[in-house]
Ligand binder design. Sequence first.
Ligand SMILES: *[C@@H]1O[C@H](CO)[C@@H](O)[C@H](O)[C@H]1NC(C)=O
Ligand SMILES: *[C@@H]1O[C@H](CO)[C@@H](O)[C@H](O)[C@H]1NC(C)=O
Ligand SMILES: *[C@@H]1O[C@H](CO)[C@@H](O)[C@H](O)[C@H]1NC(C)=O
Ligand SMILES: *[C@@H]1O[C@H](CO)[C@@H](O)[C@H](O)[C@H]1NC(C)=O
Ligand SMILES: *[C@@H]1O[C@H](CO)[C@@H](O)[C@H](O)[C@H]1NC(C)=O
Ligand SMILES: *[C@@H]1O[C@H](CO)[C@@H](O)[C@H](O)[C@H]1NC(C)=O
Ligand SMILES: *[C@@H]1O[C@H](CO)[C@@H](O)[C@H](O)[C@H]1NC(C)=O
Ligand SMILES: *[C@@H]1O[C@H](CO)[C@@H](O)[C@H](O)[C@H]1NC(C)=O
Ligand SMILES: *[C@@H]1O[C@H](CO)[C@@H](O)[C@H](O)[C@H]1NC(C)=O
Length: 863
Amino acid sequence: MRANLVFGIFCALVTTILVHGQDQSGYISIDCGIPPYDTPEDTMTNINYVSDEAFITTGVNFKVSEEYGYPKNPVLLSTLAEVRAFPQGNRNCYTLKLSQGKDHLYLIRASFMYGNYDGKKALPEFDLYVNVNFWSTVKFKNASDQVTKEILSFAESDTIYVCLVNKGKGTPFISGLELRPVNSSIYGTEFGRNVSLVLYRRWDIGYLNGTGRYQDDRFDRIWSPYSSNISWNSIITSGYIDVFQNGYCPPDEVIKTAAAPENVDDPLELFWTSDDPNVRFYAYLYFAELETLEKNETRKIKILWNGSPVSETSFEPSSKYSTTFSNPRAFTGKDHWISIQKTVDSTLPPILNAIEIFTAQSLDEFSTTIEDIHAIESIKATYKVNKVWSGDPCSPRLFPWEGVGCSDNNNNHQIKSLNLSSSGLLGPIVFAFRNLSLLESLDLSNNDLQQNVPEFLADLKHLKVLNLKGNNLTGFIPKSLMKKLKAGLLTLSADEQNLCNSCQDKKKKKSMVVPIAVAASVIVLVVVLVIIWIILRQRKKGAYSGPLLPSGKRRFTYNEVSSITNNFNKVIGKGGFGIVYLGSLEDGTKIAVKMINDSSLAKPKGTSSSSSSRASNQFQVEAELLLTVHHRNLASFVGYCDDDRSMALIYEYMANGNLQAYLSSENAEDLSWEKRLHIAIDSAQGLEYLHDGCRPAIVHRDVKTANILINDNLEAKIADFGLSKVFPEDDLSHVVTTVMGTPGYVDPEYYRTFVLNEKSDVYSFGVVLLELITGQRAIIKTEEGDNISVIHYVWPFFEARELDGVVDPLLRGDFSQDSAWKFVDVAMSCVRDKGSNRPTMNQIVAELKQCLAAELDREPQSQ
Ligand SMILES: *[C@@H]1O[C@H](CO)[C@@H](O)[C@H](O)[C@H]1NC(C)=O
Ligand SMILES: *[C@@H]1O[C@H](CO)[C@@H](O)[C@H](O)[C@H]1NC(C)=O
Ligand SMILES: *[C@@H]1O[C@H](CO)[C@@H](O)[C@H](O)[C@H]1NC(C)=O
Ligand SMILES: *[C@@H]1O[C@H](CO)[C@@H](O)[C@H](O)[C@H]1NC(C)=O
Ligand SMILES: *[C@@H]1O[C@H](CO)[C@@H](O)[C@H](O)[C@H]1NC(C)=O
Ligand SMILES: *[C@@H]1O[C@H](CO)[C@@H](O)[C@H](O)[C@H]1NC(C)=O
Ligand SMILES: *[C@@H]1O[C@H](CO)[C@@H](O)[C@H](O)[C@H]1NC(C)=O
Ligand SMILES: *[C@@H]1O[C@H](CO)[C@@H](O)[C@H](O)[C@H]1NC(C)=O
Ligand SMILES: *[C@@H]1O[C@H](CO)[C@@H](O)[C@H](O)[C@H]1NC(C)=O
C-alpha cells in the first residue's frame, strides 16, 4: 500500500508535467466564428484555439445572442460563444490538412449551440459529413442545447473535409471543430477501415469528480459521468495503472475509478435503445483492478449482450494495466442490454471502469477521382471561382458543387458537366479543363475569358456541349473542335469573332441562337477553311514569299518554267488562255503553270512590237497585283513568268481538278448534298472576296465550273480571277470578245450593255449552282439534239415545285428538302434577267450557309 502511494505521487507529478506540456501536435482546434486575430487558449484544457480563417472561405461570423452568451452565462464553453453560419451554398466544408497525413485514425469533434445567434429563434436542422460520407444529423432541443458530434475516421488522404449540408431546414452553423490524431491500431471493428465510428456514449463509470475532459487524455476524448438508476459502489485507486499498453490510453482519472454492484452477485447493467434496428453498435469496455486482492479473493468477469455471452472466455482485470474489451461482431437490433457479471468462481463482484459505445457508419459513398479533383481545384484556384465550392466536387451525390454535374459510377465519381456561366472567370482557358476527362457539357458563357479558344478542348472525348459565348476570346475555334462540330458530335455556342472572320464587316449583331448545332455547323466550314487558309498561308510563306517578302521568287524565266514543268511534260488542263501544265517547286510543292498562248494575247490589227511590250509591262504590273490577292477560296497565285518568249501564270495545284470535270467524273457518285453545299459556299466566298474584299473590286468575268478548282480536301477555290486585268484597258474590247465569257454562263444583260460587272459574275455563278444541284452541264443536249441551258432545263420543275426533277438523281433523295429548295431558289435568283434583281455574292453566301444549316439539322448524327 505504501509503495503504491509513493508511486502514485510520483505519477501525479509526471501527469502535471504532461498537462502543461500537453502534446498538441497534430491537433486542429477551431473556435468557429471568432475573428482571425483572436487565438484564445481554453483555460481549463490549455488547448489553443484558432479562428476558422485558414480552414474555410465561406460563411459569416456571429455571436450568440446576449441571453445565451457572456456574461449572462459565465460557464459557457468559450468555443460556443460564437458561431459561423452558412447561409449560402448547400454544402460548406472545412478543409482540415492533416499534419500526420493519411493512413491515420483521427477523432473529429464538432460542437454546436444555436444561442439564437441570428435572432430568428428558429432551430435549424442540418447534416454533417466527413469527406463524402454522412456523419450525423444536427438537431437542437432548444437554443441553449449544446450538441456535440464526434467521429473516429480513418484518413485516406492528407485532407479531411468536414461539411455542413443544408437540407432546407434552416441555415447550418458551427461553434467549434476539433481534430485529434488517434493511434491507428485501436478502435478496430470487423469491417476494418470500411467504417467510421460515430460516438454514441462515452462514460466514465464510477466517476467521482472531475471535468470529464482530461488533459492526460492524449486523444482529447471527453468522458461523461455515468449515473445508474441503481445504486453502485464506487471504487477508486491512487495506484499506478499502465494505460499505454493496449494503445487506448484512457486518462488516469477515468481508469482509476470504477463501479461495482452493491451486492456481490448482481450484474452491472447498461441499457439503450436504437431508433434504427439496423444500426451497428460497438462497445469498448475498460477494465483495471483497483483493489488489492487477498490471496483467497478473485474477480472474474463475463460480459453478456442481450443475454448471450459476447465472448467465450471470462477474464480477470489486471491491477497493473488497463484492458479494453470490445464486441467482435456488431450489436444490432432495437434494444440493447449489456450485462457484466461475475463468474461462478469469482469471489468479488464485477467491475467496470469506463465504456464507450459507437455506431458504425459505412463509408459507402465514393469520392470524385483524384484527377478530376485536381483539375477542378486548379480551375477553382485559377479563376477564384465565386461559388461555394468546398469538399468533394461530386459527393455526397445529392449535393454536388454548384454548377457541377457528376457521373454516377459505382466506384467513383467523375465530373460530367460544368456550368461556370457568369462566374466572373478572367483570363485564358486553362489546361486544367482538359483533365476533366469525362466532361460532356461545359458552359463558360458570360465571363471574361481571353486569348484563344484552346485546341485541347477537342481532347475532351465526351464533350457534347460547349458554350463560350459572351467572352473576350480571340482567334478562331480550332480545327479539331470544328471537326467534332461538323461531325455532329458537339454543339457549340461562341461569339461571332471566334467563328467566322468574314462576318466582322457585316453588321450582323444578331447572336447565333438558332438551334446551336445548326448555327454552329453553318460556321464549321467557314472556320475550318479560315484555319486551313491561315495555315496554308503561313506554310506558303515558308515555301515561297508573297509580295511583301521580296526575297522570295515570284518571277520566273521561261527556262525556269520549263524546268519546273519538267519540260512541259504533263498537261493538266486547257483554259481559255492556254494550256495548263503540272509542275513542282524545289520544295516539292505542286503547282499548275498556265502558259498564256500568243493567240490569247491577240494583238489588235496593226499591232506593233511597242504595244506588245506595253502589254508585257502591264502584265507584270497586274501579275504583281494579283500576288497580293489572297483568300482561302481563291486559287493561290504563286508567281508568273514574263520574258520575251512567253507569259505564264503559276498557281497552286489542286489535286481534284476543276468542278466541271469532277461533276462529270465517277467522283460525283460520292458528292453528297452536304459536300455540294460546301463547294457552293467555298466558291461563293471566293467571289464574294473578289467583289467586296478587293479594292478596286475584281470582276471575274468568266465564272464557270471549269474555273472552280477542288483540292484533295474537297475545298473549292476560284481560279483565273483577275485575268482580264492583266491585259491593258485599251485592248480589253478584243480580249473580251475572244476570251471573256463562256457560252451558257454569259449574263444576258451583257449582250445589251456590253458591260460586265459583279452581277454578271452572279449570273454565271447561278449557272454553277444549277450544275451543282442537277449534276448537268451548263448547256445540255436534249434527246432531240437541241442545246438548252441548264436554266431552261430546271425552269419547268421550278415552276411546278417538283424537286425531284431538279436535283441530281445521283443523290437518291438523300438530302433535306428544305435545304434543297432553298438552294434551288438561290440559284434561280442569281440567274434573273435583270442584274439589279440578282442578289449580291454577300447575300448568296449567307443564304447558302442557311442551306447547309438546314441540311446539317436534318442529320445531326451524320459522320
Ligand atoms: C434545453 O435542452 C437541454 C437538453 O435537453 C436541457 O437540458 C435544458 O434544460 C433545456 N433548456 C431550456 C432553457 O429549456
Ligand atoms: C472493405 O471493403 C472492401 C471493398 O468492399 C472489401 O474488399 C474488404 O474486404 C472490406 N474490408 C473489411 C475488413 O471488411
Ligand atoms: C476529487 O475527488 C478526490 C477524492 O475524493 C479528492 O481528493 C479531490 O480533491 C476531488 N477533486 C475535486 C476537483 O473535487
Ligand atoms: C433502470 O433503467 C432501466 C432502463 O433504463 C430499466 O429497465 C430498469 O428497470 C431500471 N431499474 C430500476 C431499479 O429502476
Ligand atoms: C498504438 O497502440 C499499439 C497497441 O495497440 C501500441 O503498440 C503502439 O505503441 C501505439 N502507438 C503509439 C504511437 O502510441
Ligand atoms: C479470505 O480470507 C480472509 C482472511 O485472510 C477472510 O477474512 C475472508 O473471509 C476470506 N474470504 C473468502 C471469500 O473466503
Ligand atoms: C492534368 O493531367 C496531367 C497529366 O495527367 C498532369 O500532369 C497535370 O498536373 C494535370 N493538371 C491539373 C491542373 O490537374
Ligand atoms: C448554366 O447556368 C445558367 C444559369 O446560371 C443557365 O442559364 C444555363 O442554362 C446553364 N447552362 C447549362 C448548359 O445548363
Ligand atoms: C478584351 O481583351 C482586350 C485585351 O486582351 C482588352 O483590351 C479589351 O478591353 C477586352 N474587352 C472586354 C470587353 O473585356
